[in-house]
Design a protein around this ligand. Structure first.
Ligand SMILES: C=CC1=C(C)c2cc3[nH]c(cc4nc(cc5[nH]c(cc1n2)c(C)c5CCC(=O)O)C(CCC(=O)O)=C4C)c(C)c3C=C
Ligand SMILES: [Fe+2]
Ligand SMILES: [Fe+2]
Length: 366
């Protein structure tokens, strides 16, 4: 329902631009009750589990939410930090760094562009952050998901949540959505730098495995571009590193449920490589822009153990982009390119206000 009164902005309010970083979200604590709340929201999303509600909700509430929270909580406990869940810690840090970077690049001490983050599931929620941005006078919002590859189960559902909020506003901000940046040279360059920095200090493995989060294979046939975008990222990264096709392999992790997901699966591939005599593997997860449960526990703990148990001798995990300076620069450049049409660059807030006041004085605007 539309809000009856909507007086966040008065006549003559200057344009204020914001960048909203959107990430998946994470539980508030590594405990079974916190996991139950988080998983109920996440797995109750029809964009994530595309099974008719009448069939899925009894399974979710009857079986999954009874068993999975405690198991997942134990996994989260193994990666939790004093500052909280790694996904939340890195997302906060990326937000702070991007705010500094954009302020600096746009040449203003007082940020003309506000940078905030919101989580699709859990906290801070998308509607709460949008309310806050609106109250701070953000009349234009650039939505930048922290997912380089587009998927219905990540990018689209975040956009849906934003549009749900928009539908409740009497006076709507202008919105712009970045769909994907899987082939962005800044993103690819930051990934390549991550790998070459690792090789410079740790030497190089016989193969570089790129493990992306999986999705049901069915979504590929239904037209979701995710699979293709993961492969484009991998090819561009391979070219940037000057590797032969056989020196790099794409795999998909985190299968959920019984259906077929994108193949090849990460852990069985690593086991097969070890069994074929591969001694050292380097593993990286380019689809995750922050280290999180799926990289720190599933890859760096579980997959490592499986590879070593199958006869591999060295497993090198290359961390996600996190707060790497090249990555923050790439994000800033990406945001700036999308902000260009909004004419923010080089126009400090003070100048925009002065322009507005001149126009008002001349009676050219209300
Ligand atoms: C990066 C892209 C991601 C896609 C695509 C994605 C699809 C997807 N995920 C699930 C189920 C789960 N994922 C879980 C954790 C999780 N997933 C992503 C990213 C993508 N998921 C991240 C970054 C994380 C980690 C969050 C963190 O807190 O660190 C979980 C929760 C953990 C668990 O209980 O295993 C589930 C469940 C499905 C079903 C799906 C596509 C349909
Ligand atoms: Fe996931
Ligand atoms: Fe997982």
């Amino acid at each position: 329902m539309t809000t009856r009164t909507d007086t966040a902005w008065r006549h003559g309010t200057p344009q204020r631009t914001a960048v909203l970083l959107v990430n998946l979200g994470t539980p508030d604590a590594p405990t079974a009750p916190a996991l139950r709340t988080y998983l109920a929201e996440f797995l109750g999303d029809p964009r994530v589990v595309e099974i008719p509600r009448a069939a899925w909700l009894p399974i979710l509430h009857g079986v999954i939410l009874r068993v999975r929270p405690a198991k997942s909580a134990a996994k989260y406990a193994s990666i939790w930090t004093p500052e909280g869940s790694p996904l939340a810690v890195w997302t906060r840090r990326q937000t702070t760094l991007l705010q500094g970077h954009l302020g600096e690049r746009l040449g203003q001490p007082e940020p003309a562009v506000l940078v905030r983050y919101a989580m699709r599931y859990g906290n801070p929620s998308i509607p709460s952050v949008l309310d806050e941005l609106k109250a701070q006078g953000a009349t234009r919002i650039l939505v930048l998901p922290l997912y380089p590859q587009y998927a219905g189960s990540t990018t689209a559902t975040a956009n849906d949540k934003i549009n749900e909020w928009l539908a409740r506003q009497r006076r709507q901000p202008e919105l712009r959505f970045v769909n994907h940046y899987h082939d962005d040279p800044g993103y690819i360059g930051a990934l390549a730098r991550r790998v070459t920095d690792h090789w410079a200090t740790q030497g190089r493995g016989e193969k570089l495995v790129l493990s992306f989060h999986g999705v049901p294979e069915r979504t590929l046939h239904l037209g979701d571009p995710y699979h293709c975008e993961c492969h484009v990222t991998a090819r561009l990264l391979r070219e940037a590193l000057g590797l032969r096709p056989d020196e790099l392999q794409v795999t998909f992790q985190s299968r959920f449920g019984k259906a077929k997901w994108l193949e090849p699966y990460t852990e069985p591939t690593l086991i097969a490589l070890a069994q074929q005599g591969l001694k050292r593997v380097d593993v990286m997860c380019p689809g995750f822009t922050s280290d999180c449960l799926e990289t720190l526990e599933e890859i760096n703990q579980e997959a490592r153990e499986a590879f070593l148990h199958a006869g591999g001798q060295a497993f090198h995990y290359i961390p996600c982009l996190n707060d790497q300076p090249q990555w923050i620069s790439a994000l800033a450049a990406l945001a700036e390119r999308h902000l260009q049409g909004w004419d923010v660059r080089g126009k400090p807030a003070a100048e925009l206000n002065a322009q507005r006041e001149r126009a008002l004085a001349m009676g050219a605007a209300d």
